[in-house]
Every structure is written in C-alpha cells, then in structure tokens.
Design a protein around this ligand. Structure first.
Ligand SMILES: O=C(NC/C=C/[C@H]1O[C@@H](n2ccc(=O)cc2)[C@H](O)[C@@H]1O)c1cc([N+](=O)[O-])cc(O)c1O
Ligand SMILES: [Mg+2]
Length: 215
C-alpha cells in the first residue's frame, strides 16, 4: 500500500539528515514540507519562537500534547538541560511509530518519553505513572477542541502550578477560540500572543503563551 505522508516525511529525514544531529533533522523536515508536501509541524518560523521560550524557561518537566511526526519534540528536546524530563503524548500509533524513528534519528531518544494514547486518559495517570509532580512547560499542539478540556484536567490534577507555562500552537489557524477566551480572561493566567504565520505559509497564525499565576 502507498506510504502515508508521515512515512514519506521520515524517508526525507533518512535521506537528508545526519544521524544524531537534531538540527539536520529539523532542516530536512522543513525542506520536505516547504518543497515537497505540507505537513502540520509547528515549522521553522513558529519553531524559532518555541526555541527561544524553551531556552529562556530552561524547563525541567515538559509535556507535549500531540507528537505527530516528532518535529516539535526534536526542537524542544535538543534544548533541554541535562536531567530534564520530557513526556509527549500521541494518539495515533502510526504517527507514534514515525515519531520514534524521527526522534531516534536526532539521537534524542534518551530525552523523550513518547506515550501512546489519548490525553484525556493519560493526564490523570501521569503523576502516579511517571512520578511527575508538575510541569514547567506544556506545549499544546493536538486536536484544537482538546486544548481547553485538557488544560482544565491538568489544573484539576495539580500538574499545572504557579509558574507553569502553557504554550499553544494554532490559536489563530485553525484556531482554538474557547481555549483562547479562557486563558485570556482568567485571572489565574498571564497570557500573551506571539504573532507569526501558519507553518510554511503566509497565513497568519501564532503561539499563545500563558503563565499560571496560582489559584
Ligand atoms: O489539526 C492540527 N493539529 C492536530 C494534531 C493532532 C495530533 O495530536 C495527536 N493527538 C495526541 C493526543 C490526543 O489525545 C489527541 C490527538 C494526533 O494523533 C495528531 O498527531 C493542525 C492543523 C493545522 N492546519 O493548518 O490545518 C496546522 C497545525 O499546526 C495543526 O497542529
Ligand atoms: Mg500545530
């Protein structure tokens, strides 16, 4: 059967990137998505904003919702301090299989725990299963209608505490209106919008960074 787009993206990584070199993996995926086939990676423009926030935050405990092919996983993992813990949740086993190979090609498999399943099922189990107390950074890039319920569940489970930073992709395109309204109107979050473009296009999109101020 014909290969899927994630499998074709992986072939592009294997053909172009240098094993163990995260930047070459990022460059290979961006080239593939810009010149061959668009794919819903956060991309190089929003990715640079993501990079600067990860560097500034130097987070110890990171959660990513929506691994997809592992592009943002590699962007984040390559910048984490030694000893940091990075959990990324992926629902689709085929995407997860590609992401494991992309992460492996970048040589970052020891920095990332890719967990397969639905965020709603896993969030309540992260504390007892992985011994994580709270997250310093949560990168939201999965189903857009899941951003808000998952944020509320993370709050209820105590995994978001004072100082936790939520970084949400696609708040303009495709858009996450209910999530945006919540973080921008809540007295418990300090929220700001980083204007950018939808990956590999000229369409407006951006990242919303929301710092939890405590209850
Ligand atoms: O729809 C988008 N993203 C949905 C991503 C979903 C990913 O999250 C996983 N997941 C993981 C855990 C879950 O619980 C549920 C899903 C899914 O299996 C998929 O791998 C999107 C769309 C556009 N676009 O221009 O159309 C641009 C973007 O940047 C996007 O992120
Ligand atoms: Mg996205």
């Amino acid at each position: 059967t014909r290969k899927s787009r994630p499998q074709r993206l992986l072939k592009a990584v294997e053909g172009k990137a240098t094993l163990g070199d995260p930047q070459s993996v990022i460059t290979a995926i961006d080239h593939f998505c810009r010149h061959k086939e668009w794919a819903m990676n956060v991309g190089d423009e929003k990715g640079s904003i993501l990079d600067s926030l990860v560097i500034e935050l130097s987070p110890v405990n990171v959660l990513e919702l929506g691994t997809y092919c592992g592009y943002s996983t590699v962007r984040i993992a390559r910048l984490l301090p030694p000893g940091a813990r990075f959990i990324t949740l992926e629902f689709n086993p085929d995407y997860a299989a590609v992401a494991r190979q992309v992460i492996g090609w970048a040589g970052l498999e020891d920095k990332v725990q890719l967990v397969e399943g639905a965020s709603g099922d896993w969030i309540p189990r992260l504390r007892e299963h992985f011994g994580v107390q709270m997250f310093d950074l949560v990168f939201l890039d999965h189903w857009k209608d899941q951003y808000l319920p998952d944020t509320k569940q993370l709050e209820e489970c105590g995994l978001i505490q004072k100082g936790t930073v939520l970084l949400a992709d696609n708040v303009i395109c495709p858009g996450t209106p209910d999530y945006l309204k919540y973080v921008r109107n809540s007295p418990h979050y300090d929220s700001r919008y980083y204007r950018s473009h939808l990956e590999y296009t000229k369409v407006e999109d951006g990242l919303e960074k929301s710092v939890f101020l405590g209850f």
